[in-house]
Design a protein around this ligand. Sequence first.
Ligand code: CO8
Length: 261
Amino acid sequence: YSTTPYENILASNPAPGVTLLTLNRPKSLNALSTPLILDLNAAMREADSDPAVGTIVITGSEKAFAAGADIKEMKHKTFADVYEHSFIENWSEATRVKKPVLAAVNGYALGGGCELAMMADIIYAGEKAVFGQPEIKLGIIPGAGGTQRLTRLIGKSRAMELILTGKTFGAQQALEWGLVSAVFPPEQLVDEAVKTASMIAGNGRLAVQAAKEAVNYGLQVGLDQGLLHERRLFHSLFATEDQKEGMTAFIEKRAAKFKGK
Ligand code: CO8
């Protein structure tokens, strides 16, 4: 991962088991053009299928995580263009990754940038992060989950107000509302995200993926169905070597050596 075949993102391996994907279109504040999304999807698929990778961290620059979908690309599109080609449908590929995804947000996370962050499993923010869904000011609405995920994450009244006014909000507010789980000085943000990603990558892969699946599945179904799914996944982990190793290590008072089997 020291060099990258991608034009719009940088891929690196800052710690064992961690892939760091850095959005890299600085001149347009990481506006999420179709080529960038295709690069990101390909890089995420690659990391997801690489047995050496346990966790994926997505970040941008200190100025912008991503200032939204590329307005210059969208400006001339017609209804027929966007409908026929299912514009932005492939954005949600980020949510189909089985390994945990952390978003480390410095600077602007607006429109599609905020939506991309919300597709991650954990969001950390830099102190100067600015979140928002300003699409209404462009004569459109959020199209990659903003009306749905933001509402589930921070509640209806707040989400409505933000989506209808296009107002932005900062990192502290995001922390208070539970949109992000931690806030750090901008220059420490990526290191902190990588640290957490490393901790996750050190746990048993199968258990980690099952936990992610259980949480995300539960957000989409009723409680009974979610609990049943959780229980079945829980049961299934007793078929793994990692469960035997984890429990044996506890009893022998040593660190577990998980194999992802
Ligand atoms: N698309 C294209 N170019 C952009 C975008 C963008 N979203 N954001 C910034 N840029 C470009 C600017 O045009 C400018 O380029 P140039 O130098 O050629 O003029 C360069 O980046 C720097 O931007 P600014 O000069 O504006 O920088 P400022 O520091 O003054 O302002 C802001 C920063 C506040 C972030 C400002 O750039 C801004 O408001 N950007 C647009 C934010 C926005 O409206 N985002 C929502 C976009 S719509 C959307 O995301 C829809 C999602 C639907 C689903 C996803 C569809 C793919």
